[in-house]
Design a protein around this ligand. Sequence first.
Ligand SMILES: [Cu+2]
Length: 254
Amino acid sequence: MRKLIGASGSVLLAALVVGAIGMGFQAQAYESPIGTLKATPAGTDTTCGAAMQHVKLAIGAYPDSSGVDGSGHPVHPGGNPDWPAFGPSNVYSVPAGSCVTMTVTQYDSGGNLNNPYFGSVIGTVGGKVHVVSSGTNVSQCGGSDPATEVPATFNGDYKSIPACAMGHTFTMRPLPGVSPGFFLSVPLPLAGNYGGDNVGNTSDFPHQTVTFSFVAGAKGAYSWNCEFPCGHGVASFGAVMGAYGYMSGYLHVV
Ligand SMILES: [Cu+2]
């Protein structure tokens, strides 16, 4: 009898383990309708400092993940309207060793970074980003009083963005064993007002256009996420910050 209980206990344990693994994969099951966004070839040039293959990627960061972007693509099908998301995909692919120029159009409001480290630009060509602001954008740099709002408009090359003017970050590192030492972190300034109004998913709304280049590492998977706590609970690291596919994804270097 004891042996029987032991055997059935083992079966139950195995079922629980399989179930838990299944739930783990389920949590990562999101896939955008357009699938993996492949970088667009842009010939050979010296954008990254030496003649090499050049490719381009363009994505957006949106305040309403249930909405539609300026090209009519759903930002994140099934998305929560209160949760921001990158779109129209969260998975990208680029050739190994190529020069990658990314443009991120940032439409979301924002606030204060809890760690000013992520206000710095890390790992791009020249250690900089190029930012162009559209419309009127105001930061929290003047405090929380609307009367002291400070303009958060940018036009040029920046090595850092004030920690009080943060919309999201695009921060990427390789999975273990792939390109040790590769690290990229790009601060994306907030758009609109610090209170969260005056923002949207299309070019009708104020936005920040952020462009940067980096040299892709070795073949393999790189995970990216946002390091500005833009969720709820757990010091704003809960909700959207913990749900795969909104503020997180992968770059496949092939
Ligand atoms: Cu974020």
